[in-house]
Write a protein that binds this ligand. Structure first.
Ligand code: ZN
Length: 585
């Protein structure tokens, strides 16, 4: 029983949220006091602007234009006159009148269940995060109220200051405001906040999160420290109905402390047995890193981690220190909370909102599976409330789709800059956590122009811009209160025989997985074959129990959690259970 409990602990990532980003940003240039940040982040006031009926406030000049001029859209739609599609010329804004009216699509959307692309391979019950449907059922609920706890922690050598407490409390309130905004009020996050620091027993540099953890070997998870903190906090805090706990370490904590640069990783466990309190178990624990960059806006990192508790995966590629800051590392740039919480845009993109149930079928235009030519759809900006489609999802096959959504520099994206536009990206549900599942698409010749931790405004399509991806061409016809796009697409690709090949080609090559360094966690679900798992296990014995729960020296073997199986007699050889779907009865 105990082993099982240990094995189902899934490390979501240390770097995610923390160390990878931390290393790139000079602290001095980004030392924005949290209180300053809070004025532009999703506070209650900025949220009000988000949810306000922005159509009236948004277009002071266009309201002067009588709507009748906008209504005859036939003048705007013939691209021959309005849209010089070959180039994105600066004249476009003067040629095309602002779009002030929500126009219905020229082709009715298809069945939105086609756009609920399934996770491939079929997800395991133990998956904590997923890219495709269905959302993990044991995650925190995405609707209603979810309670988290904030615990303030300091050390004998790094005492907390009283004046730290107020801003930290404000920062977790920002998390609540953020989720209220992006979920359109569906998710309410409440907090139990400690109002004093709990002091742990050892100096900050004495905690080595690589030793003394459950299972008796070396997890970089800080489990012992977490247990100590929770026990201390439990004396005075009420953890009733708390899903997960977040630790704030005193600002004086040295960056070099073992618990520092990467923070704790998120622990997330499916059976809620690791951390117990007087009031019941906790499903997750996360310690904020002590890097200045993260401390500048701690709410954003907490919001990202809460995204994991909701079952969302990281969009960046499995940490490889050499690739930090590159497109290869971050194919989604800073365009989504789960890609990077530290960039100028903080939105949760339409795909994840769809996955979480925060976009209704009425808000998703799901392209029908037939070929389409010059279909037009109007998009309501993602950041605003109001009726209308907030996403166009164009399935390419059973596991890949092109997504278009409208972005504006307001609300949670207020620091984005620019005039907004249409963001196009691909989603691949056969690629998982930390494997680059979402990828921003750029028009030909577009210079990403991305700045470290800055926006990537050039990625947005403006009027006249077009791009082609996966046989789908998307162009922007008109902008204003809404964005009007036109797209053409081929038929849905045949996928009847691709399951096996897809699985084989999209998972990381065995050599990569086998070569991951200590500090990266793997489970049997990370590998293509038991042999690959064994290779990795041999190279990374410190992580042994994650693949060799029964301690017999064989990784992902019979008796190991997620270990090899004959799939109930269907498979001719022993395979990892995530591949059982390939073998029909
Ligand atoms: Zn993450």
């Amino acid at each position: 029983m105990r082993l099982v409990a240990i094995l189902v602990v899934v490390l979501l990532t240390a770097s995610a949220c923390g160390s990878g980003s931390d290393t790139a940003a000079p602290a001095s240039t980004t030392a924005v006091p949290a209180t300053t940040t809070s004025t532009t982040e999703p506070t209650a006031s900025s949220q009000a602007t988000t949810t306000a009926p922005t159509t009236s406030a948004q277009a002071p000049t266009t309201t002067a234009v009588s709507t009748t001029t906008a209504v005859p859209t036939t003048t705007a739609t013939p691209t021959t006159t309005a849209v010089p599609t070959t180039t994105a010329t600066p004249t476009r804004a003067t040629v095309v009148p602002p779009l002030t009216e929500y126009l219905p699509p020229t082709v009715p959307g298809g069945d939105t269940t086609f756009c609920q692309l399934l996770a491939i391979p079929a997800p395991l019950d133990t998956d904590v995060v997923r890219v495709g449907f269905p959302r993990p059922t044991k995650s925190a609920p995405a609707e209603g109220t979810v309670k988290y706890a904030l615990v303030l922690v300091d050390f004998p050598d790094a005492p907390g200051r009283q004046d730290e407490i107020g801003p930290v409390h404000e920062s977790v309130d920002l998390v609540s405001a953020y989720y209220h905004s992006i979920s359109d009020g569906r998710l309410t996050i409440t907090w139990v906040k400690s109002d004093e620091f709990v002091r742990v027993s050892q100096p900050s540099m004495s905690y080595d999160p690589t030793v003394g953890n459950p299972g008796g070997s070396n997890h970089p998870w800080g489990v012992l420290l977490s247990e100590e903190i929770i026990a201390l906090a439990d004396e005075s805090m009420d953890f009733s109905d708390v899903f997960g706990v977040f630790f704030y370490t005193a600002a004086a904590t040295p960056y070099e402390a073992a618990i520092g640069p990467g923070g704790w990783s998120m622990f997330s466990m499916m059976d809620h047995t690791i951390f117990s309190t007087d009031e019941g178990p906790l499903a997750s624990a996360y310690g904020l890193t002590s890097s200045q960059r993260v401390r500048d806006e701690p709410w954003a990192t907490w919001a990202h981690e809460i995204g994991h508790t909701l079952g969302l995966a990281d969009f960046y590629v499995r940490p490889d220190p050499s690739s930090f800051g590159t497109d290869e590392y971050s194919p989604m740039g800073h365009w989504a909370l789960m890609a990077s919480q530290l960039g100028a845009t903080k939105s949760m993109g339409a795909w994840n909102r769809w996955l979480l149930g925060w976009l209704t079928p009425q808000q998703v235009y799901c392209a029908p599976p037939v070929p389409l030519s010059n279909a037009e759809v109007t998009l309501q900006p993602l950041v605003r409330s109001g009726d209308g489609y907030k996403a166009v999802i164009i399935p390419i096959n059973d596991h890949k789709a092109v997504v278009a959504e409208s972005r504006r520099s307001e609300g949670v994206d207020v620091n984005m800059g620019g005039e907004g536009g249409v963001l196009v990206y691909t989603v691949d549900t056969s690629i998982g956590h930390m494997q680059g599942t979402q990828k921003v698409q750029l028009p030909d010749g577009r210079d990403p122009g991305r700045q470290s931790y800055g926006a990537w405004p050039d990625a947005l399509l403006a009027v006249g811009d077009r791009l082609t991806v996966e046989g789908t061409t998307i162009e922007v016809l008109q902008t204003g209160d809404y964005d009007r796009i036109r797209f053409s697409k081929a038929a849905l690709a045949e996928t009847t025989t691709t399951t096996t090949t897809t699985t084989t080609t999209t998972l990381p090559p065995a050599t990569e997985t086998a070569g991951v360094q200590d500090g990266t966690f793997a489970t049997c679900g990370s590998f293509l074959t038991p042999n690959d798992a064994q290779t990795w296990f041999d190279a990374n014995p410190d992580f042994g129990e994650s693949v060799d729960g029964n301690g017999d020296g064989t990784a992902c073997g019979d008796g190991d959690f997620g270990g090899a199986t004959d799939c109930g007699g269907r498979a001719p050889v022993l395979v990892l259970p995530q591949f059982c779907d390939q073998y029909q009865t």
